[in-house]
Write a protein that binds this ligand. Structure first.
Ligand SMILES: Cc1cc2nc3c(=O)[nH]c(=O)nc-3n(C[C@H](O)[C@H](O)[C@H](O)COP(=O)(O)OP(=O)(O)OC[C@H]3O[C@@H](n4cnc5c(N)ncnc54)[C@H](O)[C@@H]3O)c2cc1C
Length: 429
């Protein structure tokens, strides 16, 4: 009897992973670890490197090129795992016939191809919608990728900044409701740790270069509390330091950014803020081609259960920012989901020992934010989900942990050991 072959002639189940930044790369590495050589793995991304996004602000404020320090070539790790990497732009998913269409991106003019999957892991992140912000291209700045990071670096260190007021904040985030458990509340910002970090890192830079102080900075937010996902008690503690002690201005309840102008930012609610330098994070929006698929919620994020599987198409899983239940949008949450997905596929293949405990999605907000002067803050909290953990600490140790995590990530190719998270909690808390 001939061996059972998959749709494209494969003998083994084909796991197709779309996206290879935090979520996709970690999923690929752990699926290989858990499933050994019982699956074929293909990873698709439009670019052949990972961007270590959380460290962009600190590299920019140290006048280092983030493209030089924070791009990690992942090809060698996938090759060592015997996983295939395809550099291509994902265009569409045919959910019923289990095909993904994509166009190779190494050279323009490539022809569209179709690739079949048995398991599909979607880790395409989100679209950071700067193009929705009128005036951003001319007057706005950002730190979410190397392009914008270097643009801000040229502005700051090339003599363009004249020591005037600075506004830091985010545009409004819209979440869908479909399939979302009650304990994941509506959040008005996708990721609001970065503004806290930017305001502190920038303060250190202003003081060091004698360009100004914390008093130059206005922090703004759509709702009452900035970084509400950390939990209101921690936010109050942060504002006590940044506003009451250091002298920043706090502007809540802006609802959303209306326009970025030469002189500042206009908000949907209330008066504008005057600013020479405007550093913003936009709305995190779902990729357009996902919105029409039956696996997504009202705004295009992928609906999953707590095993990260779509309830109607359980062979489709989502990891990281593209998943509807990833709120806030944090790489650390995507990392947990990548490990869950690896376990799920391994379990389907009978590769999980009876003694191994199956993980389910149980998020915590954990982040390290640079404060300049080789110090960082550490937040470990599940208060937003109704939990009882709410820890915020600051000091040199947390800066070392932040930098150490990046080194561990690059060394292991996105496959940091599970005990690393527990060790972080023990050392951090
Ligand atoms: C300034 C800043 C600081 C942050 N700090 C922290 C922090 O301290 N801690 C933390 O946990 N999180 C932090 N985050 C959030 C974190 O960066 C994201 O949650 C994380 O990057 C999400 O990972 P992901 O793999 O889901 O998506 P992404 O990192 O967005 O990766 C998606 C991948 O998919 C690829 N892709 C997208 N569309 C296509 C397509 N159509 N075809 C082919 N490839 C495609 C992209 O090239 C990319 O490689 C920060 C974010 C910002 C902006």
């Amino acid at each position: 009897m001939s061996e059972k072959q998959g749709k494209d002639g494969r003998a083994k189940p084909h796991v197709l992973i779309l996206g290879s930044n935090f979520g996709g790369l970690t999923a690929a590495r752990f699926i290989r670890e858990k499933c050994k050589d019982n699956v074929d793995i293909t990873v698709v991304d439009r670019k052949p490197y990972l961007i270590f996004i959380p460290n962009i602000p600190l590299e920019v404020f140290a006048n280092n090129d983030p493209a030089a320090n924070l791009h990690m070539e992942f090809y060698k790790f996938l090759k060592a795992d015997k996983s295939v990497f395809l550099q291509a732009e994902v265009k569409d998913i045919d959910i019923e016939s289990k095909y993904v269409s994509m166009v190779p991106t190494e050279r323009p003019g490539a022809a569209e191809e179709m690739i079949h999957y048995d398991y599909l892991v979607i880790a395409l992140g989100a679209k950071l919608a700067y193009d929705d912000l009128p005036g951003f291209a001319e007057y706005g700045h950002a730190v979410s990728d190397s392009y914008y990071g270097n643009k801000l670096r040229r502005y700051l260190f090339g003599g363009q900044y004249k020591g005037g007021p600075i506004a830091v904040g985010t545009a409004r985030f819209t979440m869908g409701k479909k399939g979302r458990p009650d304990w994941i509340p509506d959040m008005t910002s996708a990721c609001e740790g970065p503004p806290l970090e930017i305001s502190l890192g920038l303060t250190a830079l202003l003081e060091e270069r004698k360009w100004g102080t914390a008093k130059n900075i206005t922090l703004f937010t759509q709702g009452e509390w900035i970084a509400e996902d950390a939990g209101v008690p921690l936010v109050k503690e942060f504002l006590g330091m940044a506003v009451d002690k250091m002298g920043m201005t706090y502007k809540p309840n802006t609802y959303d950014i209306k326009e970025i102008t030469k002189d500042g930012i206009e908000f949907v609610n209330g008066p504008s803020v005057e600013a020479e330098l405007k550093i913003v994070l936009p709305n995190w929006k779902a990729h357009d081609f996902l919105k029409k698929l039956p696996i997504t919620d009202e705004v295009g994020f992928i609906v999953t259960d707590l095993n990260m599987r779509n309830p109607d198409y359980p062979e489709i899983m989502a990891v990281g920012d593209c998943a509807a239940i990833t709120a806030p949008k944090l790489g650390g949450i995507g990392d947990m989901q990548a490990r869950i997905v690896a376990q799920q596929i391994a379990n389907d293949l009978g590769m999980i020992k009876p003694s191994e405990e199956m993980m389910v999605f149980n998020p915590v907000v954990m982040c390290f934010g640079d404060m300049g002067h080789h110090k960082a803050f550490y937040i470990h909290s599940n208060l937003i989900y109704g939990g009882k953990t709410g820890i915020m600490k600051m000091g040199h140790k947390y800066y070392d942990m932040k930098m150490g995590f990046k080194e561990a990530y690059f060394l292991t190719g996105g496959k940091t050991p599970g005990w690393g998270v527990r060790l972080t909690e023990i050392l951090g808390d």
